[in-house]
Design a protein around this ligand. Structure first.
Ligand SMILES: [Zn+2]
Length: 389
């Protein structure tokens, strides 16, 4: 039997409170951040002080992320092409990095010359997008291994790939970007602090993380250590010695975008960051979110009685729903041309135009986004069903 003490762990965001485990989470199947099914049994907690949602970095978590990263396949459903984000109105796809750069430059004046670093650059999607907007800049990327060295170094103006901690790279940078990296970091505040000496005078960090408040499926990602909100990400940055310039929820759907710079020297103890004790209310919110995820599975399972349904999307939600419903799922539906024609979890990935008549497709997306998809794609022959609101 476990005592209550084993069900709390120190908060990695505020460093003051204790995260209290939400027991229901252990029963959920999980998904890796590269969209592979992962078994249930994970732990999720909410800090009783700052409300930070997080996984404990215990021995099991560390072993699991080791397993996940040793076989990591970036964007494997799209054969290496970056995931598209879809314009809400038109449904047209654009790459996430291009969208991010367009918005970044409307908020921060990119000078003619400079040097930028992309931490966790993967196969170079962000470096490519940055170079497109700032062709005279010197670009640099870091990664944990050499896997994409050739692809990264083929990008114009790019330094040899840095396979080392950021503090070992010589010189400083005008912009440091981290796109879907911080949520993986074991000690996010210490990591952010370690980047400060690498920023040039006037330099900024641009951080992109998933936003679970808009995308509850994100909580199911086994290798995400932190699940940030605007408040807890701002807190982590302030704790690390930054001043937040802008934190936005509307640059990219379901993501948080932040620009931050070195906090001014005159910051004193009186301005030490605090957040209103949010722990209890966030714990209740997370329990409600897990209940909603269970309702979504039930809704999809009901639709699959007597017929094999399709799942819309081959990312986190689609992968997770397929693990939960298993035999009731016959195929996936995706609008991303890089994914159509492939298989995912041994099922074909079809375009909306390829669906036979009398099919049902469950749209495992947050209700507001799902409603738009159902309205846009539903026909007399093909029924698209959203999750419960
Ligand atoms: Zn905390």
């Amino acid at each position: 039997m476990q005592t209550s003490a084993t069900n709390t762990f120190p908060c990695s965001i505020c460093g003051l409170g204790m995260a209290v485990e939400i027991p229901a989470f252990r029963a959920f199947h999980r998904v890796t951040s590269d969209c592979r099914p992962w078994p249930s049994g994970g732990r999720l907690g909410v800090c009783n002080d700052c409300g930070g949602v997080q996984k404990p970095a215990d021995a099991v978590f560390l072993r699991e992320i080791d397993d996940i990263y040793s076989t990591y396949a970036i964007y494997h459903q799209g054969k290496g092409a970056e995931q598209a984000v879809f314009e809400q109105g038109s449904g047209l796809p654009v790459s996430r990095s291009s969208r991010l750069m367009e918005t970044f430059r409307s908020h921060w004046d990119i000078s003619k010359m400079g040097r930028m670093l992309d931490v966790g650059c993967g196969n170079g999607a962000m470096l490519r997008a940055f170079g497109h907007v700032a062709p005279a800049w010197t670009l640099a990327g870091t990664e944990l291994n050499d896997k994409y060295r050739r692809e990264v170094e083929a990008i114009p103006q790019t330094e040899p790939l840095h396979v080392c901690p950021v503090d070992r790279i010589l010189g400083t940078f005008n912009v440091i970007t981290m796109v879907h990296v911080l949520e993986h970091i074991i000690h996010p505040v210490e990591f952010l602090a370690s980047l400060l000496p690498k920023l040039s005078h006037g330099g900024v960090v641009l951080i992109e993380v998933p936003h679970y408040l808009e995308n509850p499926f994100e909580l199911l990602i086994a290798d995400h250590r932190s699940h940030f909100t605007a408040a807890t990400l701002s807190l982590a940055l302030q704790k690390a010695g930054y001043e937040v310039v802008i934190v936005a929820t509307d640059w990219i759907a379901k993501e948080l975008s932040v620009i931050a710079r070195v906090a001014p020297d005159d910051r004193n103890a009186a301005s030490e960051p605090t957040v209103a004790a949010a722990g209890k209310s966030v714990q209740r919110e997370i329990e409600g979110t897990l209940d909603w995820l269970n309702l979504a599975v039930e809704a999809a399972r009901d639709l699959s009685r007597g017929t094999r349904i399709g799942l819309f999307g081959t990312s986190i939600a689609g992968t997770w729903l397929c693990s939960e419903i298993a035999d009731g799922v016959g195929f996936f539906v995706d609008e991303d041309s890089n994914r159509i024609g492939a298989t995912h979890m041994n099922r074909p990935v079809l375009s909306p135009q390829q669906l036979p008549p009398n099919t049902t497709v469950f749209v495992g997306l947050p209700p507001a986004i799902a409603a738009g998809v159902c309205q846009r794609l539903g026909t007399q022959d093909v029924k698209y069903c959203p999750p419960p609101a």
